[in-house]
Design a protein around this ligand. Structure first.
Ligand code: TEU
Ligand code: CA
Length: 562
């Protein structure tokens, strides 16, 4: 694996709508982000990914783009964005934006023209078909519920394809003109000084053609899109072309949002000559998922969590770098998902953070993770904003759950958990806005907020700062960034332990993923306690015995130099 400038960085995802509002409209904006660049620098961030700020009706919060070349006025102006890029550059922060090209918005010019003339040039930008005898071309279920076909506005005998929401018509990648327009747009942004892109939902660009049905898997008679993804062949041509025409020319940094790639394809995605620089590791995020829907989610145990992370560590090996996450804007808060509620505290939060930073790969924080933000509470269904959650709520009701049960079930997984405004302070609306926030602030903001953590040396925030600093510390950098991953004691219950090993150094990471203390005996006394999440155990003990026979408290994590 060739070394790259970005390997040593820590990355951070901003969900602009919920980051910081500066003009009282209750919606986060680019000026808010600019004002917090120093904060991100202080946290040790070197790469920032902005979720979409392009013009959009916000049906899916910006993942439905109506103009790829402009900033939505709700987020600011193109001048604001240019200023953000320039100010970030001054601080050695590389900015990447979201590349959403599986689909656009139904309010995009292309789609409007397609509706005007389905047989013309722009009709071929989408997948438009005839409705024959009242039947749609195939029985796939959209990710956000219902079928993937929708009657084409103005043409009741025709329909168009949308794998996501009906306001997100899929772009036809088979059409070379579409690809040319997309590449032109990508290069235009890279020319502007963007470091690269996070690439949305990209596995979906290749469809199985001609359209075909698969056996239905729910009472609605439809089938999961998963079926067609397994059958689809030929995505490599598209991804290779995009890399060669765009990313390679500008030496761009790219991170793919890739679910469900085929095992044999993995090296093509993130090896030295891969389609992307890196891709997210979603293996833990997918744990417990059920074909039936969120209401049927299976619990995630510490052992399952470990096994998922270790699987990915082994798989990436020397091939390339995964981007490691514990959450993002599509997931509940990682601390609420992976730690039992009764054990959710600063120590357990720091334990998860330690693991994320000590696995091989690029650590990707999601806004608010660094202060230990938790899932929010939903008292009534009308507090749900997210289209995905609303659909899952409906699915749960249809499956026979009571309204109360359904709400409880979807609350665990709701994407809104991650989308509540950033908790800057204990002031009204958590200091996010002095207007009315677009989404209700998590009621726990007086307990969990940045302001109180900045001044507290033992806070979750200050612990994250230690982790980002460790990653660039000349004493450990080489081992943490490039050291081999070697799993330990996988037969043990509720224990996540491994070595990171470079030519000159071995670090041992042990996380006691349970509330009970546990004893661990090493073969040799370790040399140095590099970091622990326990407040009163920060110094390396003098006695050899204490450095050989360890007692780890509940949720204690240690990084030891051997
Ligand atoms: O997500 C792609 C995706 O596959 C999601 O449907 C994901 O499985 C789901 O959100 C989990 O709950 C990307 C974006 O990250 C997401 O925010 C968008 O809604 C989606 O694409 C459509 O653009
Ligand atoms: Ca605003």
């Amino acid at each position: 694996m060739k070394k790259k400038w970005w390997h040593e960085k820590t990355a951070y995802q901003i969900y602009p709508k919920s980051f910081l509002d500066t003009n009282h409209d209750g919606i986060g904006d680019l000026r808010g982000i600019i004002s917090k660049l120093d904060y991100l620098k202080e946290l040790g961030i070197g790469i920032v990914w902005l979720s979409p700020v392009y013009c959009s009706p916000l049906a899916d919060q910006g993942y439905d783009i109506s103009d790829y070349y402009n900033v939505d006025p709700r987020f600011g102006t193109m001048e604001d964005l240019e200023e953000l890029l320039a100010e970030a550059k001054k601080r050695d922060i590389h900015v990447v934006m979201d590349l959403v090209v599986n689909h656009c918005s139904d309010e995009h010019e292309w789609f409007k023209k397609a509706c005007e003339d389905p047989d013309g040039k722009y009709g071929r930008y989408f997948f438009i078909e005839d409705i024959k005898d009242g039947k749609y071309p195939c029985n796939w279920r959209s990710y956000f519920g219902g079928g993937v076909w929708e009657p084409l506005p103005g043409h009741p005998d025709k329909c168009y394809l949308h794998l996501f929401h009906k306001k997100q018509p899929d772009l036809n990648w088979e059409n070379p003109e579409v690809r040319e327009d997309i590449y032109k747009m990508i290069c235009w942004w890279l020319e502007k000084g963007l470091a690269g892109f996070r690439i949305d939902a990209i596995i979906n660009i290749k469809k199985v053609l001609p359209w075909r049905d698969y056996p239905s898997d729910r009472a609605d008679g439809l089938c999961s899109i998963q079926n067609m993804l397994e059958d689809a062949v030929g995505i490599d041509d598209f991804l290779g072309e995009m890399r060669d025409r765009c990313f390679r020319v500008y030496d761009a940094f790219t991170v793919g949002e890739v679910f469900n790639e085929k095992e044999e394809d993995f090296p093509n995605f993130i090896s030295d000559d891969g389609y992307f620089s890196t891709m997210f590791d979603f293996r833990a995020a997918c744990l417990g998922a059920s074909e039936k829907g969120w209401y049927d989610l299976k619990p995630v145990t510490p052992d399952l969590y470990r096994d998922a992370c270790f699987f990915s560590q082994r798989r990436a090996k020397d091939i390339g770098f995964y981007s490691n996450i514990i959450e993002n804007h599509d997931e509940p808060r990682g601390v609420s998902r992976y730690i039992p509620e009764k054990d959710l505290n600063d120590t357990s939060k720091k334990m998860l953070a330690t693991l994320q930073f000590m696995f091989k790969g690029l650590p990707f924080l999601y806004q608010g993770q660094e202060i230990g933000m938790e899932n929010t509470v939903f008292e009534t269904p009308d507090q749900i904003d997210d289209i995905n959650t609303l659909d899952e709520y409906k699915t749960a009701l249809e499956a026979g759950l009571s309204a109360e049960e359904a709400l409880k079930a979807v609350a665990r997984m709701s994407r809104d958990n991650a989308r509540t405004p950033f908790q800057w302070s204990a002031a009204e609306h958590a200091g996010f806005t002095d207007g009315t926030p677009w989404l209700r602030v998590n009621p726990n903001y007086r307990r969990i907020n940045l302001e109180s953590q900045i001044s507290d040396p033992n806070s979750v925030f200050q612990y994250y700062r230690k982790l980002t600093a460790l990653r660039t510390d000349p004493l450990y950098r080489d081992c943490i960034v490039y050291g081999d991953f070697l799993p330990l004691w996988e037969d043990q219950h509720n224990l996540v332990a491994f070595l990171r090993k470079s030519e000159h150094q071995t670090l041992m990471v042990i996380a006691n993923f349970q509330s009970e203390a546990r004893e661990i005996s090493l073969d040799q006394p370790y040399k140095k306690l590099v970091l622990t999440n326990l407040l009163d155990a920060a110094d390396t003990p003098a006695s050899e015995d204490e450095r050989k026979d360890l007692t780890l408290q509940g949720y204690q994590a240690v990084i030891l130099e051997l």
